[in-house]
Design a protein around this ligand. Sequence first.
Ligand code: PXP
Length: 247
Amino acid sequence: MTTKLSVNVNKIATLRNARGGNVPDLLECVQFLEECGAEGITVHPRPDERHITKKDVYDIAEIISVEFNIEGYPDERYLDIIADIQPAQATLVPDPPHVITSNAGWKLHTENLLHLEKVVHQIKQNSPKTRVSVFIYPEDVTETDLRNLKNTGTDRIELYTGPYAEHYENTEKRIHFLNLYKITALQGKNVGLGINAGHDLNLDNLPDIIRTIPFTEEVSIGQAFIADSLFFGFEETILRYKLALRP
Ligand code: PXP
């Protein structure tokens, strides 16, 4: 299996919004990323529209030909967007509207599982082809938790890789985190969940994740990808990430 690269374009919208106007043109960027080989495009339309706006999501949906992944906290606004657009994937994150970036996964306790069950049911009813991925951090997650999550109708988990990335330079901690992710990924696979990964992934820390979890279906990468593109351009950056995905 080769892991798909979904490029998170939030930061392109951040740059555009810093000036008002339409430079850089997000839609042109999406088209060019596709031409350069991106296998997916990810957006996180936050309610304050500080980067991706609701209009951006609808505009991208008109032109996209690769998988569209829309992340967000499943409030009414988000669920309406998913029902309208019917993207390839909806990634559910637990964070409140104003955090700088998603910094935690869902805790898989009964209350959240009941909430997720309701939400996943609503998504599947309104948009039957949309795959639902739930963002989780593996600490304290058991196979039973993952089976319960699968039973909500969830298709995949996205492993929150932020803490791994933060401690990547420390060999002991790196090994600790890789083991943690590996165990959860294997348990997830056992109960029939697909495995995605994301957050703070970059060209240095990506190969170890893929070597550890070779059945990772997709990574979504924004911050480091856009930063690397400043040096290498989209075309070469995509090539570099694709090589990192085949270590
Ligand atoms: N996955 C999720 C759920 C996210 O919220 C984000 C940030 O929008 C990412 C992946 C991508 O993180 P980064 O920008 O650090 O690559």
